[in-house]
Design a protein around this ligand. Sequence first.
Ligand SMILES: [Zn+2]
Length: 310
Amino acid sequence: MNRISRRDFVKSTVLCGIGATAVSCTTQVREAQQKSTRYIAAYDTESPACLAACRKIVEVHKRFEMPATFFILGKTLDANPAEYRELLDHPLFEVATHTYSHRMLRDNDFCGAAIPLDERRKEIFEGKEAVERVFERPCIGLRPGCGFDNALKGEPAVLELIHEAGIRYVSSLLWGPDYSLPAHLTEPFNYKEDGYPDLWELPGHGWHENLLKDHNGWGPRRLTLWPSPFPEALPKAFCKTPKDEFEVNKVFLDRAWETNKPFVSLIWHPWSLDKFDPDMKMLELTFAHVKRLGLKPCTYAQLYDHVSKA
Ligand SMILES: [Zn+2]
């Protein structure tokens, strides 16, 4: 019989429970060791309230030694450049762009029509420039405001601008089919079919957490798909507590781990997290679960490095 280390034993009791047989436990522990699902904490940082929220978020990340990617609007950064530099210039963190001012790079059913092409150029180039000017390091990733249900497939003009700007990955697939939520656990892909094999799409998953709490004041909307491919991921009502939100997160983390997905990353917004949960309890519950499962924390830039070299 294989030797089992103390660390593996602790893990086995988490994975299989005290009562499970030694053989099934050993099998599950071995499976866990073979899995390499990554976890990315990511924040769409996009309004004045995000600065105070980020102070609390950064504290939790340092305590858990948990990496993160902050997609930040150029105009949010330009309003408080020194403060953001002090907060986010840390080896745990990647800073990427969320465009300059959150205007639409393609039509979105909920957020509105695309702006003219010359304006889209500004959103992309000036957003990236702001990150590079403030942090004095390359910005290789872009998450467009709101995201889309078909990523940037079939948008050659936008892909050309992004390529020209020197962006290496976009995180634009943030909805399920037909602008439903949640966004599925879609794996990374490149834009080879659109003529850009070196440009990668690294999607976001799950809910836009602000919508789980009605923070946009939309009320009930036609957001979910029927029949649902993932009914466990549909809470019965708006989240009321950090624990409610964690229970939704857990469905995606567990599914990603069980199905050995390359990564999982939920769509979070500092302003909304702080408004709902000023003590950041949801982050603590979620990061503890990430560690319990053995997911491998990283940033989007690190995921890009991994997939583009594979
Ligand atoms: Zn946004």
